[in-house]
Design a protein around this ligand. Structure first.
Ligand SMILES: [Zn+2]
Length: 685
């Protein structure tokens, strides 16, 4: 540890205050000759990890304070857990209770932060749909409530611990709380989760040093994966925790039995490693297939290392979103940290990159003849995974040659170490290069598409500094105006079908009150204007025809007779001017649209952003109905949670890739154009 750091650490330890603000911390660092801000953050993270102080840098509420006396926080927390009223209410408490419990002046100023600290310590969670009320699961009723359970075709898994630490299950309850059935099938040592007509029962038997899991329903494997994933995360937080994962036998005698013979996962893996694919059941003496046993419970077949599998399933992400949503109801702010990596490709094909790691330059070398065939196949939808990876790899090499690649890797590694995401901003000065599907960018070394990787956020930027109008966290609910335009003298769209599709995709969010969807029939220019004046919409979702020629884009609306009335990009952008709510346009040609139509939207999108719309999403290929539905569901819901638009697009691409697969073009189809923040890309270049 550098000398200066030791000095700062001593100063912190000798400070008598319980906590100091972030700026007071920085001041203290400067007084002790530590002046670099990155170093200050690094040091506080390091001291946090050591337990010297607490600084939750990525927590929207807590990041503003460095807690110098962790015991000040723990004492406050135990005041709640030991409180008679809270105990009498079996762990349930409200913010009003907290006002009484933390009346002392050393807590009163910091009630929000202390509550947040309790949640950070996984000691309580907000009760969904009951604002300002929380549950501390370690005070829940000890008695298991009554409920029915269907024994047939359950997936069963058990964990057996050498030594069982306390609190595994209560932490598990906090992590999975959005999915607790009816929010009441939970007790001190167990919980019933329910999602997608699938139920999981997770019960801790402390005296037997066991956790037993049963899953029933349609999506058993997926839900079991969510459960094991959350438990594994908790296991890893204990040092050298010894336990066995017990996999039930699936021979004819054991299958469906509530007391099947079990194998430890370790042993099954040993068998596999030794090339033994059959194992004998101790109950029936029948031979069973080792790989199927493991596969039935959806556990990774090999790999002794306990490193968590970062590939998350759709259901896992769903839980994470629900959890974020639940916690953000308290914080009302979404916390995500980014490091920027900006790539500008000039008209004369010079690449200029800038990031925290510095700046780099190189030339873009891309043989169009090499990728033309792939581009054509993608347009026709005749793709497979290898083709997309090869194309993506070629694009990657062109955009990130030599040193630039080195810098990208350094940025990614640095970001990963500090739990940040990387925000990739692509700027192309030439329309010809902009028209390429960069969303397929593929990194061979890590075997990931940058467009759907969860550690990056990829979007296109327009580099002209315009008047700043950030897409800010909106007021709930998110309101969408759907405009479907099918002029009678153009190829007809299935207007009713498109509306039905979007309505059904968003039905549950509309019902939950997080999204409002209005549809405008007869989209003439004046009807649109009237509609926008009446209600503060956030999003303009357009389905219809577009034309892009001579660098100008046109959108086809209708005139009073229902025939085509073209609106150029400038006039279209005017809908947004002077409307501070409207921040995003989504352009979508529907299934069956011609290729040129879809690609026109990509061109129109960049023009619209140039004309002043903060963000535009365009589909660069026509999309299948199922994908359109998935897109609307995932993208709008994430936006409604307050995510930044580029992060929302990234998670949507990821969801599409998981559902449709990496062999189809669908995941890379949504292109997001945004306006650069003033001058950031140009600075220093
Ligand atoms: Zn058996």
């Amino acid at each position: 540890m550098p000398k200066i750091w030791v000095r700062v650490r001593l100063a912190l330890e000798n400070d008598s205050r319980n906590y100091i603000s972030q700026s007071e911390y920085e001041q203290l660092c400067r007084e002790n000759k530590l002046s670099d801000r990155q170093d200050m953050l690094f040091l506080s993270r390091y001291l946090h990890d050591l337990g010297v102080c607490l600084h939750f840098q990525d927590d929207a509420i807590l990041k503003h304070y460095v807690i110098l006396k962790p015991e000040w926080g723990t004492t406050a927390v135990y005041k709640v857990l030991d409180n008679q009223t809270v105990r009498k209410n079996l762990g349930c408490f409200s913010q009003e209770n907290l006002v009484e419990i933390w009346f002392d002046s050393k807590y009163a100023q910091m009630r929000d932060e202390l509550l947040q600290l309790m949640m950070r310590f996984k000691l309580c969670y907000p009760i969904p749909n009951r604002p300002h009320h929380y549950i501390a699961p370690q005070l829940l009723d000890v008695n298991q409530p009554d409920y029915t359970w269907d024994n047939k075709n359950n997936l069963i898994l058990r964990y057996k611990y050498e030594f069982m630490p306390k609190g595994i299950l209560t932490r598990f309850i906090v992590e999975t709380h959005p999915w607790i059935e009816q929010q009441n099938l939970v007790w001190r040592s167990g919980v019933l989760l329910s999602a997608y007509e699938t139920r999981a029962e997770v019960i801790e038997h402390y005296n037997q040093r066991e956790i037993k899991i049963r899953v029933a329903g349609n999506r058993k494997k997926e839900l079991l994966t969510v459960v094991t994933h959350e438990l594994e995360k908790i296991h890893q937080s204990f040092e050298r925790l010894q336990y066995d994962t017990l996999v039930p036998c699936n021979c004819t005698e054991c299958e469906g039995s509530s007391t099947p013979h079990t194998y430890t996962l370790k042993k099954l893996r040993k068998y596999l490693n030794a090339g033994e694919y059959q194992v004998k059941c101790d109950e029936s003496f029948k031979m069973v297939d080792v790989r199927r046993l493991i596969d039935d419970v959806n556990l990774p077949p090999l790999g002794e290392n306990r490193k968590l599998n970062h590939q998350s399933t759709l259901l896992q992400q769903e839980l994470k979103l629900d959890r974020d949503e639940s916690l953000s109801s308290v914080v009302d702010q979404h916390t995500m940290n980014y490091q920027d990596f900006q790539v500008l490709v000039t008209e004369d094909r010079k690449i200029r990159v800038s990031s925290e790691q510095g700046e780099e330059q190189d030339d873009l070398r891309l043989e169009m003849s090499k990728i033309n065939l792939a581009l054509k196949l993608i347009e026709r939808g005749g793709t497979d995974k290898d083709l997309l990876k090869t194309l993506g790899g070629d694009l990657y090499q062109a955009l990130f040659p030599n040193n630039i690649n080195g810098q990208l890797r350094a940025t990614m590694a640095g970001a990963e170490a500090s739990d940040y995401n990387v925000r990739l901003r692509l700027v192309f000065e030439s329309p010809e290069l902009a028209a390429l599907p960069w969303e397929f960018l593929y990194d061979e070394r890590t075997n990931t598409f940058l467009g759907n990787n969860t550690q990056t956020v990829l979007s296109r930027y327009i580099d002209i500094p315009l008047k700043k109008r950030e897409l800010k966290a909106r007021n709930s609910p998110l309101s969408i105006l759907l405009v479907i335009s099918s002029p009678t003298n153009l190829p007809q769209l299935d207007v009713a079908g498109e509306e039905r599709l979007l309505r059904s995709a968003l039905a549950k969010h509309v019902e939950a009150g997080t999204i409002q969807l209005d549809v405008l029939p007869e989209p003439t220019r004046s009807n649109i204007n009237q509609k926008l004046r009446k209600k503060p919409y956030n999003i303009f979702h357009f389905i219809g025809h577009g034309i892009f020629e001579n660098n100008k884009g046109y959108i086809s609306l209708v005139d009073d007779n229902g025939e085509e009335k073209r609106l150029d990009d400038e006039s279209f952008a005017n809908f947004f001017l002077g409307n501070s709510n409207l921040g995003l346009a989504v352009l979508n040609s529907c299934q069956g649209a011609t290729v040129s139509n879809s690609q026109a939207f990509a061109g129109i999108a960049s023009n619209l952003v140039r004309r002043g719309i903060p963000a535009v999403v365009a589909m660069q290929y026509s999309i299948k109905d199922t994908t359109a539905k998935l897109f609307a569901d995932e993208f709008y819901r994430t936006l409604a949670l307050g995510w930044p638009v580029d992060a929302a697009i990234q998670t949507t691409r990821n969801a599409i890739s998981q559902e449709v697969g990496l062999e189809e073009r669908d995941f890379a189809t949504p292109v997001l154009y945004m306006r650069a923040k003033d001058g950031i890309i140009m600075s220093g270049l």
